[in-house]
Write a protein that binds this ligand. Sequence first.
Ligand code: F6P
Length: 748
Amino acid sequence: MTRLARFILGLLIALALLTWAVSGVVQTTTREWFERDVSVHAQLAMVSATRSMADAWYDPEGLQKQLDAIDRNQHVIGVAACNADLTTRSLTPDLPEDFRCQEVGVRVRILNSGVGGANPKLQPWSTIATLPTGRVYVAAMPVISQGQVLGFVILAHDLSYIERREARAQTFLLVVFGILAVLAFGVPLLVARRVRHDWSMEVRKLMRKGGKQPREFQPILSDVRELVARMAEEREDLAGHWTADRLKQVLNRNLHGEKIVILANREPYSHVFAEDGSIEVQHPASGLVTALEPIMRACSGVWVAHGSGNADRETVDRNDHVRVPPEEESYHIRRVWLSDEEQQGYYYGFSNEGLWPLCHIAHARPTFRAEDWAYYQQVNQKFSDAVCDEADSEDPIILVEDYHFALAPAMIRKRLPAATIIAFWHIPWPNAERMGICPWHNELLEGLLGSSIVGFHTQLHCNNFLDSVDRYLETRRDREQNAVIMHGQKTLVRPYPIALEWPVRWVDSAASPEECRARVWKDLGLKADALLGIGVDRLDYTKGIEERLLAVEMLLERYPKYRGRFTFVQLAEPSRTKIARYRDLNEAVEALADRINERFGAADYRPIILLRSHHEPPEVFRYYRAADLCYVSSLHDGMNLVAKEFVAARADLRGVLILSEFTGAAQDLTEALIVNPYDLVRSSNAMAVALAMPEEEQHDRMRSMRSMIGRFNVYRWAGKMLMDAAHLRNHERLSGRLTEHVYDSSNI
Ligand code: F6P
């Protein structure tokens, strides 16, 4: 039923109820009036009639004449003159049987006191009765002569005409109410529909491309378009699962298939020399790469990155391009070369000894050196230039990834003012006070505000960023849109929690969990009844690897039954090894593992197995599938995709994820066992709980987390950002056009 039909039906029901209530009141009231009227008139008539009847009482003919005269009144049904002993003296023929002398007499109170007494007590009496012919009013009145009661007169008065009048009044009322209702509701409704129709015709005309826009419509026109775009986006967002194809469609539909340019320090594929001198392709251990590579495969375009593999130069063409993925070749990498000094100052120095510890609460002291800052600026410019060279239009879509390129958005904007630049910060953003530690915090903020959108994993990091902007820069805040306006340039600040492709391609090609388990058991030399925990990280002090191993030690200390049975394997890829803090960590982790192994190990049992080398994704997924638990113990982490990968790998719904509360992932994967990694007792408890968890509970938790990461996958992540970008782009195009139009004097 349409909304209008529902409205009219409701209106009619309300109207019927109202009419029913009003006509009820009217009926009772008018009936009372009429009946009172009739009784007064009847009694008056009887008073005068009884006087003349008393005179003619002993004259039967005269008495009959008087009765006939009264009976001629059209509303009188019948009259009777009755003796005091209730016999009939005279009557008209139509007087109803029920109201003749005998029947009425017994109801008149005088009759109790005898007939013809000296003190007549005969009282007037009346009643209203319903006969098959209709309602009647019946009255009796004594006939008295010289103080003597001669008898009484009965008069029956027809009331059925009152009912007829009532019915007429009700019909009249209904008609009047009906007309009033039509006038009261129908006319405004028709007027409103007409106005709406005219309005929407007008708006439709305006929405059509190239239509002349009257000035009064200009302010609302952008709002209408915005609303239409938002509704389309919402439909887009709500319906069904996000896939690579769907992302491609969004790009084509909303961004007209423009090419995407990604700027990230880390390349998705690097080429390295193998020991035999051949060239191998490697997938770097990087959350950023894990997330963005499927996007690039879906959308195609170019990925601008540092060429860090030792065989990278051998594999590029003369434009420093290489087509990837191998065998698929759906997009290309543009490699940018850095000198050792640049690499040292920009990557190791400013990015990883300055910004990395600044943004992570992991108790490493940030180091900011002026020379590193100079290289950071220089390298940001170098990469920005490469990005602009790769752009094939005036307004390309450019994704700037991570803390290595805080200055790039403003640099790119300078060369390509119409570009849509989305900067995504993959690590936490510290609070404003802490940001102030960086001597160049203003420059970093201004650089990022060259973007159209700045994204973080969580709302908390957005808030920290906005607080930093408020604290250090002269800008305007659009709180409605969560945007910052600086020098007329608007930047949206939004949370986009990063995710995985779905399905994850490494899972599709992985062996069954049983096969993976058998292979891992063999590789690690585990006993048949062994239990396996796993950790997968770059060797980074933010990952809480030491705390993780200490928790394993505490588990073995507090739960002796797991000694000799539980093994924790740590896949640790050496990372940023030119930085002393990372080298120290490597040594500390090794020493810790040795100590625990010495304390609880045996000839055929090692509680901790450290595998410190690069592992390609198929191998990592084999470990995920073999493990009984996975412990992600980051001290601070923007998101942490290892946690999501472990869940993605467990199509068998087995295994338990233990997850640090200090990761962005803890907000998404709420069915994991969430722990504070500094709390070793609770963390070791969580491991014990995981190892003893009934299979059914493991299934329930896994099922729920898998459904979450399946729905909120990386295509949705990118799709949301691209749709926001499209929306912004549309808005800017429109407001540009509107501005021109408003100030075009021929139009005024
Ligand atoms: O997780 C944060 C992050 O910087 C990623 O964004 C990056 O890909 C990863 O760490 C690896 O770091 P790097 O590129 O320095 O090896």
